[in-house]
Design a protein around this ligand. Structure first.
Ligand SMILES: C[S@@+](CC[C@H](N)C(=O)[O-])C[C@H]1O[C@@H](n2cnc3c(N)ncnc32)[C@H](O)[C@@H]1O
Length: 274
């Protein structure tokens, strides 16, 4: 990371404000590295749900691709907007939102492709969405925002507010079981090293004790309760299996671990009418 001093990794509480500030700073500083390391795997205009490589073109979790045409779709924590670009190519009207200016600059760098003109980019915090109630038919997020916020119900409520009743929200996060294991792709990542039930956030902090990176842990049950509390019905919980073709490691995600324990949890939710 682009810091003069190596940050210290710890587990401690981090407020919503501190978490958002850390996320903006970390993703602004690390967007170039993230895109150069993972951009080829993500593809400029593919919709990949996580390191297993599950592709929306095959999974159709947002519904059949043929039915996306003309749909207003919000993507939160969009990064360089690769998923939104795939949605635009299906004829949808996506808005890609992210808290990081640098991530969105990468979205501008990958300009071009079918549907490009339909793609909107918005810099904002997912906890305060700058849209009117009921503005979108669908919403999605591939590892965007939700793993990094202290108050996921606030984000989920915001997404629920801007969706029309019945609209679907599909989001992926690290599978909660991962928190019990070290974040290592090799055999050392196969032994339980921490309590699955410990929700204390993972924080990297600078010399002054300021958080520079924060991830928040929720158990599977917490995530289900969060979704319901925000006014969604949980339609499905998808745990993609590691496919034979994928030989690539991504941080602690690897073929070795992927064949034994799930790495990603995808929540398929629909907005209940108020
Ligand atoms: C792991 S990246 C995923 C990006 C993209 N979905 C992908 O698959 O490459 C997480 C993204 O969430 C964004 N993010 C983190 N906290 C956020 C927040 N509170 N509001 C909006 N975006 C946030 C980060 O800036 C980053 O681009």
């Amino acid at each position: 990371m682009n810091q003069e001093h190596e940050p210290e990794a710890t587990r401690r509480n981090a407020s919503d404000t501190e978490s958002s500030r850390a996320s903006r700073g970390w993703w602004d500083s690390n967007a170039d590295e993230y895109q150069s390391e993972h951009g080829a795997f993500l593809g400029d205009d593919r919709f990949v749900w996580g390191p297993e490589g599950l592709d929306e073109a095959d999974a159709a979790l947002l519904g059949p691709a043929a039915e996306l045409k003309g749909r207003r779709i919000l993507e939160i924590g969009a990064g360089a907007a690769q998923c939104s670009r795939w949605l635009a190519a299906q004829g949808a009207l996506p808005v890609a939102l992210d808290i990081s200016h640098r991530q969105l600059q990468h979205a501008l760098r990958i300009a071009g492709g079918p549907g490009e003109d339909a793609l909107g980019l918005v810099e904002a915090d997912a906890g305060a969405l700058p849209f009117r109630d009921g503005s979108f038919d669908l919403a999605c997020s591939a590892y965007g925002a939700l793993p990094f916020v202290a108050d996921p119900v606030r984000v989920l409520r915001e997404v629920r507010r801007v969706l029309r009743p019945g609209g679907r929200f599909v989001f992926s996060v690290s599978h909660p079981i991962r928190w019990a294991f070290p974040d290592e792709p090799g055999p050392e990542g196969l032994s339980v090293g921490a309590s699955y039930f410990d929700r204390t956030p993972y924080v990297e902090q600078d010399e002054a004790g300021r958080a520079v990176y924060v991830e928040h842990h929720r158990t599977l049950g917490d995530r289900v309760r969060d979704v319901v509390a925000a006014g969604f019905r949980l339609e499905d919980l998808v745990e993609p299996e590691w496919p034979e073709w994928n030989t690539q490691e991504w941080g602690g995600w690897s073929p070795l671990r992927g064949r034994l324990i799930p790495g990603t949890a995808i929540f398929v939710c629909s907005a209940v009418a108020p």
